[in-house]
Design a protein around this ligand. Structure first.
Ligand code: TEU
Ligand code: CA
Length: 548
């Protein structure tokens, strides 16, 4: 007898970034009742769970990734009653709600931090990371914050520095303190008891840090803490835990999600993204896209977690640019390239994530002035980059390519005013291309992007070869085509995607060639992939046949 695979292994996730999803009351800010009103859209796509970015009480310096009360909902997003209703109405449609767990840091407005920063003697003081000044009175080390400036912040009232690895508004919680860990696990259980389907854990590989040794990522206590968390929160709950990490490698991933580790269910990692970044200037100095390196990451991760562990599959999220602008063609071939990228990704092994708006091929926005941006990362790094000699024009050009606001403009539901997102003025500009790119029009089109996503999601639910078949990459050196096969029980699923705007003559490698049923296509269907194929621009095709 084979044990049944966990539900999330053939489900597709959908990320909601609440501020820009749907506004129900015209204040220009997306909210929970707005999400509830769009559950039919999500159910129609066939998604299995929502990853809901933070909706907790927060001063919103980092758009909810700075939580001031883990058991309250931000008033602009709704109430706890709204949240309970979202959980139950989603469940009625077969959709689980996976919340965001942001526990590397809290907000500086959390009541713990207020007490902690008022007196050294307060018990809460120990819940954060404090160090005395260096002998010269300066910060204890030169570690920099992710969003600019020193990570050490002076607190006059206690005469010490606190660590804010991301920003001063996000003081790091002291995971070395058992009372802190207990409080986090209690809070997690409180949410699980309300019926959520799991947690996506923000920057989770930072919690085991050794500050004095300068080891932040994947520090010495990381896996002990994750195992303790599992023991204290998991019991026999049928939930999903997703660990976000910018540092996990193919070698360390099994430590997080290996089957006997009792830590997390899957990792959410960025190697395929950051491999394209400039080694020195990161994402702010865009480089030409290198498909061979991209495949080396995607295929390499498929292989690394082939036997044990589980991949998440994504090209974008709320921290990244829109995928059709970044990797596809947001002009002439927008629709076909959106489908092509989705096909290439969704037929791999792992759990795919669709980021809001991706299912209609939403594009990056183009801002021309700094005051149009909203993201604290962009605004925070601007001065540093200018000081380093980058011109304002160059910086804005870089932010338009890779900045986080690209994925944060409102979801385009209609061609009408404010894209049907809100009846009021949205908190960030709506992309003017909503006149042609919107959910209504995409649904009405005979060859819309939504329909393609619906099909891919259905394939994962109904074909075991898609959810569990063995992965075999092919043609790793080809500069334009992604080609691979999946294998299960004597069957073969061949996937071939031309990630370019050129017509490409592609010799299908023997080991993936097959003939049979066309499961998915972005141009004309094909019943065989073998020999030399003339692939149209952004053509992707998946054929299921014999071949084992
Ligand atoms: O992101 C982790 C993180 O490291 C990012 O800040 C990343 O460095 C950046 O986006 C790349 O440009 C998570 C959340 O997803 C992000 O929204 C938060 O800002 C961050 O943690 C802090 O909580
Ligand atoms: Ca609202």
């Amino acid at each position: 007898m084979t044990t049944q695979a966990p539900w999330w292994q053939n489900a597709v996730g959908y990320q909601i970034w609440p501020r820009s999803f749907c506004d129900s009351n015209g204040d220009g800010i997306g909210d929970i009742p707005g999400i509830i009103s769009k559950l039919p859209h999500l159910a129609d796509l066939g998604i299995g769970f929502v990853w809901l970015s933070p909706v907790y009480a927060s001063p919103q310096h980092d758009m909810g990734y700075d939580i001031s009360d883990y058991r309250a909902i931000a008033p602009e997003y709704g109430t706890l009653t709204d949240m309970d209703r979202l959980i139950s109405e989603a469940r009625d449609r077969g959709i689980g709600i996976v919340m965001d767990l942001v526990v590397n840091h809290s907000s500086h407005e959390h009541e713990w931090f207020r007490a902690a920063s008022a007196s050294r003697d307060a018990p809460e003081h120990e819940l954060y990371v404090w160090r005395d000044p260096a002998p010269d009175g300066g910060p204890p080390s030169d570690v920099q914050a992710c969003f600019g400036g020193s990570a050490w912040n002076w607190c006059e009232a206690v005469g010490r520095y606190y660590l804010g690895y991301f920003s001063p508004y996000q003081p790091d919680l002291n995971w070395q303190n058992p009372a802190l860990r207990r409080a986090i696990y209690d809070m997690m259980n409180w949410w699980y008891d309300r019926g959520i389907a799991g947690f996506r854990m923000d920057v989770i590989s930072l919690i085991g840090k050794d500050v004095d040794a300068g080891v932040f990522e994947e520090g010495p206590d990381l896996h002990d803490f994750l195992q303790e968390m599992h023991r204290e929160t998991r019991s026999d709950r049928d939930i999903l835990t997703i660990g976000e990490s910018w540092s996990v490698s193919r070698e360390t991933a099994p430590l997080y999600c290996g089957r006997d580790r009792a830590e997390l269910d899957m990792v959410f990692q960025f190697n395929h993204i950051t491999r394209q970044w400039d080694p020195e200037h990161g994402k702010w100095r865009p480089r030409p896209f290198d498909l061979v390196a991209f495949k080396e990451e995607l295929f390499g991760w498929q292989e690394a977690l082939a036997e044990d562990g589980w991949n998440s599959l994504f090209l974008t999220n709320h921290d990244l640019p829109r995928q059709v602008s970044k990797y596809g063609d947001d002009g002439e071939y927008r629709v076909r390239s959106a489908k092509c990228l989705a096909t290439m990704l969704h037929l791999m092994k792992g759990t795919p994530f669709v980021y809001q708006g991706e299912e209609i091929g939403m594009t990056n926005i183009r801002f021309s002035r700094l005051d149009q941006f909203r993201d604290l990362e962009t605004l925070g790094l601007f001065e540093a980059e200018i000081a380093a000699g980058v011109s304002a024009e160059e910086f804005i050009a870089g932010a338009n390519v890779n900045g986080r606001d690209n994925s944060r403009t409102p979801v385009q539901w209609t061609a009408g005013e404010h894209a049907g997102f809100s009846s009021g003025t949205p908190w960030i500009e709506v992309n003017s291309n909503h006149a042609t790119i919107n959910v209504d029009d995409d649904r009405a089109a005979p060859d819309g992007v939504i329909a393609h996503y619906r099909r891919l999601i259905e394939l994962r639910r109904s074909y075991r070869i898609v959810s569990h078949g063995r992965f075999e990459g092919a043609a790793p050196e080809h500069p334009q085509v992604v080609a691979y096969a999946r294998h299960l029980d004597g069957q073969r699923l061949a996937v071939i995607a031309n990630l370019s705007g050129d017509t490409v003559d592609f010799d299908v490698p023997e080991e993936i060639a097959t003939a049979g049923e066309c499961l998915s296509h972005t141009a004309d269907p094909r019943s065989a992939v073998a020999g030399r194929l003339s692939l149209l621009p952004w053509e992707a095709v998946a054929v299921l046949g014999a071949g084992g």
